[in-house]
Ligand binder design. Structure first.
Ligand code: FE2
Length: 257
């Protein structure tokens, strides 16, 4: 199994992922544009087996039509997602692929929109990688401006993401790492790991180099997973508030950041 990350260099900094299984099956997650995907498939002389859209914002499915035209492949998405040409409805727990120890399944993750799926890849029953769409980013979480609900996003992050193992690799739908680290350090000023990470990426070409964090790293740099931290609570003047209120305040502040 191999995961191919495609970065589109668009202003929204979208990622698409190709999960290439050893038997030749290829799942294409969130194709913003078909050109870059076809460059890969033509160079490798391979065929896309299915497209999966994490949610129904057009920067996650605008490459669908040309890829379907080329590969005659099905399009999977949340049962409530409104995506032109969708052929298969997904509900929580649906298994899309299962072979040679690998399993790809859908995880219902409302919040960014109310019809958002993450895709969980397991090997021999152990969570290996999570394709998070716009639910969860490196050092941040998605906004809830277009059909979402921040309280639902809190429930998703606190109930689902909190249980994932440290080793789980995160493949987000956009690269917002730098902005999110800057946001972290605007509130949690003494977060040494976030400072170290921001210093490191500040010297790099962020249109060429990307980081695949695991949950262990995210638990150190992502404030939305660090709601019990004293410094965060103090700087928000929410020392006596519950985790949900802290999450909602962070989301609100990030909206204006
Ligand atoms: Fe989105």
């Amino acid at each position: 199994m191999n995961i191919r990350q495609i970065f589109f260099k668009n202003t929204l900094r979208n990622f698409c992922y190709l999960i290439v299984f050893d038997d030749g099956t290829i799942y294409c997650i969130d194709p913003f544009n078909h050109t870059e995907v076809l460059e890969y498939t033509q160079a490798q002389d391979v065929v896309i087996s299915a497209i999966v859209n994490t949610h129904d914002h057009c920067d996650h499915y605008s490459g669908n039509a040309a890829l379907v035209e080329t590969f005659k492949c099905p399009v999977y998405a949340h049962m409530k997602a409104s995506i032109p040409g969708k052929t298969k409805n997904l509900v929580d727990g649906d298994v899309l692929y299962e072979n040679a120890g690998w399993e790809l399944s859908a995880v219902d993750t409302p919040g960014h929109t109310m019809s958002h799926m993450c895709l969980l890849l397991k090997f021999n029953g152990v969570p290996h990688s999570l394709f998070t769409g716009d639910c969860f980013f490196n050092a941040g979480v998605g906004n809830c401006h277009n059909g979402g609900n921040p309280e639902s996003l809190f429930d998703t992050i606190s109930t689902i993401f909190s249980k994932y193992p440290d080793e789980l690799l995160i493949y987000p739908g956009h690269d917002y790492l730098k902005r999110n680290l800057e946001f972290t350090l605007s509130i949690e000023k003494h977060n040494a790991r976030a400072k170290e990470f921001l210093d490191k990426i500040s010297t790099l070409d962020l249109n060429e180099i990307f980081f695949i964090n695991n949950m262990q790293t995210e638990r150190k740099i992502n404030m939305f997973l660090r709601l019990d931290e004293k410094e965060i609570k103090e700087n928000l003047n929410l020392e006596h508030s519950n985790n949900k209120d802290i999450f909602l305040r962070l989301r609100e502040l990030r909206n204006k950041w």
